[in-house]
Structure formats: C-alpha cells, structure tokens
Design a protein around this ligand. Structure first.
Ligand code: CU
Length: 348
C-alpha cells in the first residue's frame, strides 16, 4: 500500500516536473516572439497594433528573421490651394499636371545580429504616372516612369524595453540606386523628366529615427520621429530637401488576431537646392525645382489580421488608408487626395 503511494507520488512528481518544463518551454517561445513584436510577455500572444505604414517599430530576437512586402499607392489631383501664394503662375509652364499616381512595392528583410542589434534592408520598386494638359487644356498626355528606387539599410537598437514600454533608436543609410536621369518622350523629343518622376535622390542620405511604443493586452499607442538628411549635391547639380516625419498612433486589439488602428502623420520636406540643367523648368510645374517641399498632415485608419489564423506562417497582414487633413506646399504643387498602404510580414 505504501509502495503504491510512493509510486503514485513519484508519478505525480514526474508529471508535475514535465508539465513545468513544458510551461517553461512555452514561456521561452513566447518570450522569443515577444521580442519580435516588441511587446512584453503577457501581451505577447496578441497581434501588433502598429499601423501598416510605420516601419522600424520593433526589433527581433537573435536568430529570428522577417521578410516583408509593402505596397504604397498615392493619388494626387489638381493643384493645392496653398500654392496660390507662390510667386509663380501656372501659365508660365507649357504643361500643367492634372493627376498623378505614385506606387511603391517594397521588399523588406529584417534580421538580428544580436538581441541588441537588428538590421533592416528595404528595396523599393517605383511606378509613377502623371497625366497632364498641354497648352491650356486642349491636349492631354501621360508620362510614366518605373524602376528601382534607393535601397535603404538601417540598424535598430532597443534602448528601453521595460514593462509595457519600448524605445527603439535607428540609424541608417539610403544608397543612391534609384535613377536621377529618367527620360520620357514628350513634345520636345526625349527629355529628362521632372524631379518627382525620378527614382532616387542621387545622394547617399543619412537616416535616423526614434520610436516609442506602449502596449497593453487591449490597446497600443506609439510615436515615431524619422528623418532623412542629404549629405551632398548629386551629380546632376542639386539636392532634394531633407525630410522629417512624425507619427502618432493608437490601436485596439479586438482579439488576439485582429486589430484596428488610427494614425496622424506629419511630413515635412525642405525645398530642392540647386537644379538639374537638363530638366526644362519651363516645361511643366513638376520640372521646376521651386515647386518642391512643404508640409502635409495625413489622418489614416487601418486594420490588421494575424497570419497564424489563416496560414501556417507567423506574421501579419495589414492595411491602411488615409487622407490629407492639411497641405502646405512651396510653389505650385499638386494636391494629394488619398493614400493607401498594405503590408505583409512573415516571421521566420
Ligand atoms: Cu520585423
């Protein structure tokens, strides 16, 4: 009788220890994921509430990797009201832009070299089309340019990961892989297209960023400031304006697999300095370097669904759509009407 009791006690102990080690393994697995989504242990199971268009908001634990695809589409139509204050007049140009549609397909790769450093690479493919009116609207024509943009390499490090909060610093470089000499066949023969139709800056640019995010089981809020600093003029004789972008967002996890979010983005770009003598500034307002730079504020809403629910992969599918709530442009510029972003992230 006593023997049976000892055996059953031993069996119970073994079951207890085994259960304990399983729990521990699960906890380790969760902790690994937690780094990937940058949230703490207890929130780890739920989907990230960071909007689809925000990048560099998380780091990866050592040994984990992420591949991503991002789509961005932006539509512009007519001229922006704030451009009226310009010393330029639309009649100065031979052609007037009517609508413009810019698309970007971006392949991303994130991998950690240690728990302190995550590297991120992004390869953009651009496709831009612009419809314009010639000679006061009697004729219309379209221009299109597509190709590789500037490849970006960034290093991210979590400086604070405490409780529900995380702060991530990022620094990187934008490599001038995008063309600055894209041409089109127009009424003056084959000529170089305007600055906005080119694919890159033509310069090696410095990228910096800081992100703060807070996540609880139910909600997530965050803020991010990013900047692009041009180091020199490009070989065509100009430099695009430096950029500063600020984002604040809030999201709610409806359950572990779906989330809804809201974002307010403020983007500022300085004017172009210098000019490319091969771009005919009098041909169209988008070819005049005075018509670049300004501020835009966008309000967007989005949703996300966890891949675990749909596929054998770990990751997230997210989308976001936004409209400008404020636009102030230097010179004569087109007005943005809407913007959409889609993102697919797969964690390996
Ligand atoms: Cu990632």
């Amino acid at each position: 009788m006593e023997k049976i009791s000892i055996i059953s006690k031993t069996a119970a102990l073994i079951v207890f220890l085994a259960a304990g080690s399983v729990t521990k393994l699960t906890a380790q697995h969760h902790q690994a994921c937690e780094h990937e989504h940058g949230t703490e242990k207890h929130q780890m199971h739920r989907i990230s509430t960071v909007p689809a268009g925000v990048m560099g908001d998380h780091v990866h634990a050592k040994g984990s990797m992420m591949v991503s695809y991002m789509y961005m589409g932006m539509n512009m139509s007519g001229m922006n009201g704030s451009s009226a204050a310009s010393h330029h007049n639309l009649n100065e140009y031979e052609m007037v832009p009517e609508t413009m549609f810019m698309q970007m397909h971006m392949i991303g790769l994130m991998t950690s070299v240690s728990d302190r450093v995550t590297l991120m690479g992004m390869i953009p493919l651009l496709d831009k089309t612009m419809d314009h009116a010639i000679y006061g609207g009697h004729h219309h024509a379209a221009m299109r340019s597509s190709g590789l943009g500037d490849i970006r390499l960034t290093a991210l490090t979590p400086v604070i990961q405490k409780g529900d909060h995380r702060v991530i610093l990022s620094g990187g470089i934008s490599i001038p892989t995008g063309s600055v000499s894209v041409k089109s066949d127009g009424m003056h023969g084959v000529t170089r297209m305007g600055y906005g139709m080119q694919h890159g800056s033509g310069t090696a640019d410095l990228l910096t960023g800081v992100t703060w995010a807070m996540d609880t089981q139910k909600i997530g809020v965050g803020g991010q400031v990013r900047s692009v600093f041009r180091t020199t003029d490009n070989r065509m004789g100009y430099r695009l304006g430096n950029e500063v972008e600020g984002n604040v967002w809030a999201g709610i996890a409806a359950n572990d697999y779906t989330a809804l979010m809201l974002r307010l983005q403020t983007y500022w770009q300085d004017a172009i300095r210098g000019m490319d003598p091969n771009i005919n500034a009098g041909s169209i307002s988008t070819a005049d370097p005075d018509n670049y730079g300004g501020t835009i504020m966008r309000l967007s809403g989005g949703a996300a669904i966890s891949l675990e629910k749909l596929t054998p992969f770990r990751g997230r599918l997210a989308g976001e759509a936004g409209i400008p709530v404020h636009q102030h442009s230097n010179g004569m510029q087109m007005a943005e009407s809407w913007m959409v972003t889609g993102s697919l992230q797969i964690v390996l």
